[in-house]
Ligand binder design. Sequence first.
Ligand code: SF4
Length: 454
Amino acid sequence: MIDTAAFQGKTAKFYTLGCKLNFSETSTFARTLYNMGVREAKKSESADICLINTCSVTEVADHKCRQIIHRMVRQNPGAFVIVTGCYAQLESETIAKIEGVDLVLGSNEKADLIQYLSDAWNKTDVDSIGDNPTEEGKGQYHSVKTKDIKSFQASCSRGNRTRYFLKVQDGCNYFCTYCTIPYARGFSRNPSIASLVQQAEEAAKEGGKEIVLTGVNIGDFGETTGERFLDLVKALDKVEGIERFRISSLEPDLIDDDLIEYCAQSRAFMPHFHIPLQSGSDEVLKLMHRRYDTKLFAHKINLIKEKMPDAFIGVDVMVGSRGERPEYFEDCYNFLASLPVTQLHVFPYSERPGTSALSIPYVVDNREKKHRAHKLLKLSDEKTHAFYAAHIGQEADVLFEKAARGKAMHGFTDNYIRVELSPSQAKEEYDNQIIRVRLGGFNYDQSSLKAELL
Ligand code: SF4
């Protein structure tokens, strides 16, 4: 039994670390608590409840999570502190021992946040929440083994008035050698196409114009329901009111040629792809246990460009992974330089406890990792700049986002070029509207093209 009265009038603060999926889930937690009568605390006030949604993608991320937990505990004396997310799944017992932490929920349990919260409060004097700091080692933790993570927390969050994030999948079955995500989030699972279409329709009713599909390994959609990702795309494409869909990330081996063909002629799926390559060396890809080689990757990129010549293609690359000898990095650099991709998201490799990559003997030192990252980031800047420059003078549809009055407005074209409208031309009525403009030259910091109204 949930004691709803216990929630009424309480205040909460939220902190999210990590990916879009985590942001989307935190926003769902906030909405669920709001519906129970909990309001978000102001920055200046001490909250009754603090929720920290953690990430464990690197050692730095783990460290940052601990820092944030300590800070939230310090700044909100006596608050009921809940920690969830990937780090909470992997290190639940350790986190529960941190002074001030009351409740740690793993990946399977976070979907039942309210129930766990209510159960914990039943054991406490509810009225004392906000008064008594939890002593070190007194926090409760609930998490199950990876193979038992089965729950799916539905989530469609509002990034801003314009953009929504719809979680279509969770977990991963791939077990790449450097990655802990499958341990933290469990195996691949997804809700039905019908339920996702319904969430998209609700977002459209609230005035949302753009939806970003999020997940851990989105292309694996269908594991649970026996449906296909392409059918999800086709069903969402029909949702009236949503003018734009973007897919946050797709594994190269799961981008079917059919999907590319469909996106090229779809109503609302944008010519914008984000594809994790991780390494452009076949030797390193094998060490990483990735499920494709550079030949397949190049085929997908070339097919996208053949069908959608103006498509924006973002690519994730990891540098300095174990086994990445200098000649393999050179192969990676040359491969990326030869491809018509638009932007590189460069991540230095981080050692993760429990991963099989730790058994690969060749280690790249931090200085060399930085050097490789710098080289790829420079290549990325050149490619993005050339992509933007090639569009100067063309007309484009831009979905503008709300800006403070007297400030420039920003928005994106269908192929993800960031566009700036000067303060003198910006109007409130352009907020959340698609406006056709001519793309002018670069703005002052080269981050956008200037919009000229037609
Ligand atoms: S595909 Fe590989 S890198 Fe991506 S989440 Fe799954 S195991 Fe991790």
